[in-house]
Design a binder for this molecule. Structure first.
Ligand SMILES: Nc1ncnc2c1ncn2[C@@H]1O[C@H](COP(=O)(O)OP(=O)(O)OP(=O)(O)O)[C@@H](O)[C@H]1O
Length: 269
């Protein structure tokens, strides 16, 4: 099968000598190649745990994940990741972090245009002029941009994004959403994107489908398709009655759980 198949994945953490915590409980999901998919849910419902499993950084306690028909058994360059911790090498400048990633990916037949590509993507994420800065000299939002630039630069067929725009102000957030959408749409074949977000409107604007998760134990409670054709227009969507229905539905699913930061939130537009 093309795409991603999550088959009965559970994740149990030992929390004491005898206690265990079920972070994910038999999650099953199929995501098509080229789909833009969002994971939405209250804090602690297992979104990051699931993403770490998809990245191959953590193993399921039960079940398995297939990507393009093969079981995920560890990290791989076919998956681009942006996690909440930006995971940049602190001893390398922004530019060198990206050059290093490119060299890892294109070890054979090293290409001379690496520097040009790195400068171009840094410019696209708004970091032109900061190429020579080390992570410690960059703000959280700027480090996040470097991590996003790295994931986009590697052009992986599967992008795993854990709140990739979380540390950004509203304007930068909208700009980077557009950049991500443009690169996703332009690429043939389109990469599969799985994005964790707390922002309802971001999920609706960007995604083909949204999975809503609940906590204790972490599980999928609903899958919602976003039926609008692309390219989408933010302003039209905001006033679209169908969107408001979907938004209300998402909100009601999230209510009753910890929905801190959700209600009335329109960030990301
Ligand atoms: N290594 C671990 N040991 C024990 N419990 C863990 C571990 N990692 C995560 N958990 C627990 O698993 C649950 C899910 O965590 P996870 O980080 O996946 O949630 P999340 O949905 O991504 O939350 P947030 O939106 O706040 O980032 C939480 O209750 C967390 O405390």
């Amino acid at each position: 099968m093309n795409g991603l198949s999550i088959e009965g994945v559970s994740k149990v953490f030992a929390t004491g000598k005898k206690e265990q915590f079920v972070a994910l409980d038999r999650v099953s999901l199929t995501i098509q190649q080229g789909e833009f998919f969002a994971l939405l849910g209250p804090s602690g419902c297992g979104k990051s745990t699931l993403l770490h499993i998809l990245a191959g950084l953590s193993e399921p306690s039960q079940g398995c994940v297939l990507w393009q028909g093969h079981k995920i058994q560890g990290p791989g360059l076919d998956r681009g990741v942006v996690f909440q911790t930006y995971s940049l090498f602190p001893w390398m400048t922004a530019e060198d972090n990206l050059l290093f990633a490119l060299k890892q990916k294109e070890r054979k037949g090293a290409r001379r245009d690496h520097q040009e590509r790195v400068r171009h993507i840094l410019d696209q994420v708004g970091l032109s002029g900061s190429e020579k800065k080390y992570p410690i000299q960059l703000s959280g939002g700027q480090q996040q941009r470097v991590a996003i630039a790295r994931a986009l630069l590697l052009e992986a067929p599967l992008l795993l994004l854990d709140e990739p725009f979380g540390a950004l102000d509203a304007i930068s957030r909208a700009q980077l959403q557009e950049l991500l959408l443009r690169l996703w749409q332009e690429k043939k074949p389109k990469p599969t994107v799985i994005m964790v977000t707390h922002d309802l409107d971001e999920a609706i604007y960007l995604s083909d489908r949204i999975a809503v998760l609940a906590a204790n134990p972490g599980r999928i409670t609903e899958l919602i398709a976003i039926p609008w054709a692309r390219p989408r227009k933010r302003n039209e969507l905001l006033s679209n009655p169908e969107l408001l229905d979907i938004r209300a539905r998402l909100l009601s699913l999230l209510q009753g759980e910890d929905v801190s930061g959700q209600q009335g939130r329109v960030a990301g537009w």
